[in-house]
Design a protein around this ligand. Structure first.
Ligand SMILES: Nc1nc2c(c(=O)[nH]1)N[C@H]1C(S)=C(S)[C@@H](COP(=O)(O)OP(=O)(O)OC[C@H]3O[C@@H](n4cnc5c(=O)[nH]c(N)nc54)[C@H](O)[C@@H]3O)O[C@H]1N2
Ligand SMILES: Nc1nc2c(c(=O)[nH]1)N[C@H]1C(S)=C(S)[C@@H](COP(=O)(O)OP(=O)(O)OC[C@H]3O[C@@H](n4cnc5c(=O)[nH]c(N)nc54)[C@H](O)[C@@H]3O)O[C@H]1N2
Ligand SMILES: [Mo]
Length: 773
């Protein structure tokens, strides 16, 4: 039986997490982050994945200088001081999830139709284990059946060659693809003739990239881990570090011990803003000794970060009239433009407005401003709580404004530091995954690779979904990831994928995107990062770039999950050769030895000179950041202050600003359990965290079922029924729940005008007691 058609109620509201085996539970969590709670959780997980022997062995190989593989989890940099065991609970879970002994072979697909699998939870799908051989969808039986690699490539090649225009295909990347595969992938798309290269960044840090580019002429942060180790003040905005970048806890605890100030800006008081027990500090672990990881919490309202930053600037500028040293006037004069306009905008923004829009009192903003003013060196770090908003670009630019006021750029211990998501999402951009490539990049690609790349911009994630719905994009290729669930407007995204002639998913595990597919569909299984990649010239390694622009090699150590798996570069080359029979690009030769790919990359990419040698240095190399050296590739040649007006983010009466986020026990669309340890939740994902007063106003008590209705920019509405309300410490007017379930509520038209990012942290919602059924 096929799942219900899109647009029908219930069509996309399957459970994503495992079936809960207990009653929903909520009790606020007050223990330190990491520590024994994390250790216990890791061992339980290793037992469940039956990886007790291999798990620890692999973990000892993770994130090591001189060999080992890069943790495929988050993009937090490895400790460069030669730390022997730089890992975290969630990294271990992530690696173990890939190394599971369970397998999804042809027998599995013979036993279960696609219609049947569509009824399974997303947890159950991934929990079947690793994919083992290429499969093709057979519409007559509604089953996936085996297909040889050669026939699979022929099928894709024929379909791509049969298009009226290469722009009828779109090539998605999820951010764990290594740099070499990334380079081949974009080369293939551009040789075919399209810049349709949507990626998970379109939903993640697009706003950060665009803002930093506009202000500083670089799309990335400028600081590294050494800077984190020497700064006087850290501002941590919109990130749940204890769950999503747990190794940051080490840096926070060290900063605290050093006497640095740590200000957390978040509507929720997250675990990382309190205390931690560092898991690899054996003495602390044994003594249960915890260290503080925060000195001030500012519970900003959803979307209120720009107003808060404006308030800090206003306070610093006010103070400068009495004490000119509050500003670094010399830096401002020499390296920036637009200061006078910005000063005027700050003066013109009233404190009432700043308090109302930020949701933080003037007194608290002044405390933060004092910390900023008193620090010789400051770092401001942020993640999705800042970027996934309508005014994400303006907000990140306001962060840069604050930094520029005191010359917090281009010197040790100071600067902007976005926390990136997927382990190589930053490398994907660096190596050419960009639907809006610069002409400079295309010129070099054209010269070095002797192709004629298209010049018009391509489609991003939302653009691709819309084009698939219209029938303008007919072939979707997913290089990793889980597009069906990660993208906004689940119903529309399902319909879009089903409207394709062909969907191709290159994956390691079974997921929803294999079941929501085009008329023809392929599952192409690939090696994971932990596995040996054996090619003609020997074992290959791939390079990755972390959040702080460090590029290093990652070498898999494990026997592949199946002898039929291909590496991602090999899959791309296979498709390229079938789709471009007259190509002069040496696809097969590249795959024999990835050094050859790197030699070409060295000629095309800025900062990759002498790539093969430098990437083999013990810690790899750092890509030069011109802005760190106070070289600004902006039109003015200077760091540009921006003077945008404050947006109105206060929810209309009766509505709430609802943000979607991850639980502790999930990796994006992969849900390990229904628990969210640091928020005190067990056995529950269909919940909404609300302010207690907002609950009372609606006549709601803890665990009462509610209906959540979102209103999109175009006035259309979407509903989720029967979620449970949980009273939580967050500002009035704000609410929070889990992704990807809540993507059902985010309309395709609800994306930022500034960044094109879906508004995943600000759904306009009404929440009411559930209608009696
Ligand atoms: N274990 C684990 N690690 C991960 C991931 C994972 O799923 N699991 N995902 C990876 C990926 S791809 C990414 S992009 C990162 C994501 O890392 P995070 O950005 O931490 O991801 P979210 O869970 O979405 O949490 C967003 C945080 O922003 C806060 N927030 C919400 N709205 C606002 C706001 O308006 N202002 C402010 N200041 N804060 C706000 C929320 O309370 C929450 O703490 O993590 C990466 N690492
Ligand atoms: N509502 C809401 N939606 C969001 C967000 C949010 O905060 N709120 N966050 C957004 C963000 S920041 C991101 S980054 C996206 C994430 O979007 P995606 O990157 O598309 O999703 P993932 O869940 O990370 O993808 C998991 C799948 O990747 C495949 N995979 C794992 N390892 C490998 C590998 O080594 N190679 C290959 N080829 N495949 C592999 C597995 O099959 C697995 O099922 O979601 C976005 N969606
Ligand atoms: Mo992300």
């Amino acid at each position: 039986m096929r799942p219900e058609e899109p647009g029908q109620p219930g069509a996309v509201e399957e459970r994503v997490g495992p079936r809960a085996d207990g009653e929903p539970f909520f009790h606020p969590y007050h223990h330190p982050a990491a520590g024994w709670g994390a250790a216990k959780s890791v061992s339980k997980f290793l037992v469940r994945e039956r990886a007790l022997v291999e798990g620890p062995r692999a973990i000892m190989k993770m994130n090591h200088e001189n060999g080992g593989f890069d943790c495929p989890g988050c993009a937090w940099p490895d400790d460069t001081k030669g730390l022997r065991l730089d890992l975290c609970e969630n990294g271990v879970k992530h690696v173990t999830w890939e190394m599971t002994r369970k397998r999804v072979g042809r027998e599995f697909f013979a036993a279960h139709s696609v219609g049947e699998l569509a009824e399974w939870s997303d947890f159950a799908l991934e929990d079947q284990g690793r994919l083992t051989e290429p499969m093709v969808y057979d519409p007559d039986s509604d089953h996936y059946v085996p297909i040889s690699w050669r026939h699979a490539f022929d099928l894709v090649g024929r379909a791509l060659r049969g298009l009226d225009s290469p722009n009828q295909a779109s090539f998605y990347t999820s951010g764990r693809l290594g740099n070499e595969a990334t380079f081949l992938y974009q080369l293939m798309a551009r040789e075919l003739g399209t810049n349709n290269l949507p990626d998970c960044s379109n939903m993640c840090h697009e706003a950060s990239g665009r803002a930093l580019d506009a202000s500083l002429g670089t799309g990335k942060g400028t600081v590294d881990l050494q800077d984190w180790g020497t700064t006087d003040a850290l501002f941590i905005m919109g990130v749940n570090a204890a769950s999503n970048a747990p190794r940051m806890l080490t840096a926070l605890a060290a900063a605290y011990k050093r006497g640095a100030q740590i200000v957390h800006v978040n509507p929720l008081i997250e675990a990382a803003s309190r205390r931690t027990i560092i898991p690899h500090d054996f003495v602390d672990m044994a003594a249960c000794h915890s260290t503080r990881t925060g000195t001030l919490n500012l519970q900003v309202r959803v979307g209120g970060d720009m107003a808060l930053m404006r308030g800090i600037s206003k306070a610093v500028l006010d103070q400068a009239t009495a004490d000119p040293k509050s500003l670094d006037q010399e830096f401002i004069d020499r390296y920036t433009s637009g200061f006078e306009d910005y000063r005027k905008v700050c003066e013109a923004t009233s404190w009432e407005e700043i308090e109302r829009q930020s949701g933080v009192s003037r007194a608290d903003i002044l405390r933060a401003a004092r910390i900023y003013r008193d620090a010789d060196r400051s770092i401001i770090s942020w993640c999705l709580g800042v970027s996934q908003h309508e005014h994400g670009v303006d907000t990140v630019r306001e962060i840069v404004n604050v930094l520029l006021l005191r010359g917090n750029l281009g010197r040790e211990g100071a600067g902007p530091s976005p926390v990136r998501g997927h382990s190589n999402v930053q490398g994907n951009r660096t190596c050419g995954i960009d639907h809006r490539p610069t002409s400079q990049f295309l010129d070099r690609l054209a010269t070095v690779c002797e192709i004629d790349p298209p010049r018009e911009h391509g489609l991003d994630t939302v653009g691709t979904i819309r084009a698939m719905l219209r029938g303008d994009v007919k072939i979707f290729v997913g290089m990793g990831g889980n597009f069906a669930l990660a993208a906004p407007d689940t119903r529309a995204t399902y319909e879009a994928l089903r409207n394709c002639d062909l969907t191709v998913q290159v994956s390691t595990k079974l997921n929803r995107s294999h079941l929501v597919h085009g008329r023809q569909a392929l599952i192409l299984p690939c090696l994971g990062r932990t596995e040996k990649d054996h090619q003609r010239c020997g074992i290959q390694s791939t390079s990755v770039e972390d959040s702080m622009s460090m590029v290093h090699l990652s070498v898999g150590m494990k026997k592949p999950a199946s002898p039929h798996l291909l590496s991602e570069p090999a899959v791309i080359a296979g498709i390229a050769r079938a789709a471009l029979p007259d190509s002069t690009t040496p696809w097969a030769w590249y795959v024999e030895d990835y050094d050859r790919i790197r030699d070409t990359m060295a000629q095309v990419l800025d900062g990759f000179e002498d790539f093969n040698r430098r990437v083999r240095l013990p810690l790899g190399f750092r890509i030069r950041q011109p802005a760190r050296e106070l070289v600004f590739r902006t039109a003015s040649g200077l760091a540009d202050f921006s003077s945008a007006p404050l947006p109105d983010v206060v929810p209309a009466p009766g509505t709430l600003a609802l943000g979607t986020m991850r639980s502790h026990d999930q990796w994006n669309t992969t849900i390990y359990s229904d628990n969210d340890r640091y928020r005190g939740i067990k056995n529950l994902r269909t919940l909404v965290f609300m302010n207690a007063a907002d609950m009372r106003e609606r006549g709601l008590a803890e665990f009462d079922p509610v209906d959540i209705e979102s209103t999109a920019k175009d006035g259309s509405t979407r509903v989720l029924n029967g979620y449970l309300a949980i009273p939580y410490d967050l500002p009035r007017g704000c609410a929070a729940g889990y992704m990807p379930e809540m993507n059902v509520l985010i309309a395709l038209c609800d994306y930022s005008e500034q960044s094109d990012q879906p508004l995943m942290k600000h759904i306009r919602a009404t929440i009411r007691p559930a209608a009696a059924s």
